[in-house]
Design a protein. Structure first.
Length: 369
């Protein structure tokens, strides 16, 4: 009887192990297959600026010579140190990915901003070691997105590249994969989950929606892809929040990638050569407090602290106004800029606000910036 009980327990335990472990191994195989599929389209980006009549000094990546990125925003991190040379600036580096067979590449603008004046070159390096010079085709500094194009010689004019596609909007809890070159550790793969969607980071880009993820991303991941498990791009890794130690603290599981749907729209416009401008109101504001709203039931709103001179808001909105709604939609303080950004230049917008203890509607026409 005793032996039979032990046998039964062992059988049940083994069956349970097989039941629970099989999906894990299947998931592992699926992930490795996806990584193998997308890796040829991921690149390391190096932007090397120089002065006239000066030879460039290319970066030699190493764990002791990390890529540029930064603290809360990767762009804030001190740059690589190179041997001194007249007219030579330390190169910047990050990650990127190919989005078309003819060699269009996406990265963050802050990875290549030191060559945006034409006084330098941006290079991409593939995992197989092949390295190409690129042209900076266009960029949107406000969104931190840059569009590069691989340059090919006459002998390679017909060459095509592996590329990745954009995916659908993810859901919170979806598993995701980041590939990039953090701390110059080229083509590092990390794995995590979507923590939140439609995050707005006012200190970075107040109108850009971010995908928040606990996937480990670090300086050097900037501009690299965030994939779903199908190998589709659902975001551009851009920034992290670090601990109190600053940029040296690294990832603490609070990473942010520019939402892929938003990024795709911007990139399509960049391809046409458009210099992207956005609707503009022209106010400075802060979150309302209990004192501001003591006589009202609503607890949300934006308190106007200043109206910018010669802006569309001049003479229409006033310091002290409390904006409650935009075109009937309630204002959340960290999403006011995003709400305006979804409009078009010259759109008529109705602000519902509190002025002199009265709730009123005021119409204004959005400008551009």
């Amino acid at each position: 009887m005793y032996k039979k009980s032990i046998t039964a327990i062992m059988t049940i335990t083994l069956a349970s192990f097989l039941f629970y472990s099989t999906p894990v191994f299947a998931d592992h195989d699926y992930v490795t297959t996806t990584i193998s599929k997308v890796m040829p389209a991921v690149v390391e980006v190096s932007a090397e600026s120089f002065s006239k009549n000066t030879q460039m000094v290319p970066r030699q990546p190493s764990p002791q010579n990390p890529g540029p990125d930064g603290n809360f925003k990767f762009r804030d991190r001190p740059q690589d140190q190179l041997p001194p040379g007249k007219g030579v600036e330390p190169p910047r580096g990050g990650s990127g990915f190919v989005i078309s067979a003819d060699g269009y590449v996406i990265t963050n603008f802050h990875v290549v901003d030191n060559v945006s004046d034409g006084k330098g070159m941006a290079f991409v390096t593939f995992k197989d070691g092949s390295r190409y010079e690129t042209d900076l085709i266009n960029y949107d500094k406000a969104s931190d997105i840059a569009l590069l194009k691989i340059k090919l010689g006459a002998s390679e004019a017909e060459k095509t590249f592996e590329f990745v596609s954009w995916g659908d909007m993810p859901e919170v809890g979806d598993r995701v994969i980041a590939i990039g070159s953090p701390m110059s550790l080229s083509f590092t793969t990390t794995f995590g989950n979507v923590s939140a969607l439609d995050r707005i980071v006012p200190s970075a880009a107040p109108f850009v929606p971010f995908v928040q993820t606990d996937t480990s991303i670090n300086p050097g991941n900037s501009g690299g892809p965030l994939f779903n498990l199908h190998g589709d791009v659902i975001g551009i890794n851009t920034m992290i929040i670090t601990g109190s130690g600053g940029s040296s603290s690294g990832s603490i599981g609070l990473g942010f990638a520019i939402d892929g749907t938003y990024a795709k729209n911007v990139i399509e416009r960049l391809k046409t050569g458009e210099k992207i401008k956005r609707p503009f109101v022209g106010i400075m504001f802060r979150r309302v407090n209990k004192e501001d709203m003591k006589d009202y039931t609503s607890g949300e709103g934006a308190f106007v602290t200043e109206v910018v001179t010669d802006s569309p808001a001049m003479g229409i909105l006033k310091a002290g106004d409390i904006i409650l709604k935009v075109d009937g939609v309630k204002v959340l303080i960290n999403k006011l800029a995003a709400m305006v950004a979804k409009k078009k230049i010259n759109d008529k917008v109705v602000f519902t606000l509190i002025r002199n203890k009265q709730i009123i509607d005021i119409e204004m026409v959005l400008g551009e910036k």
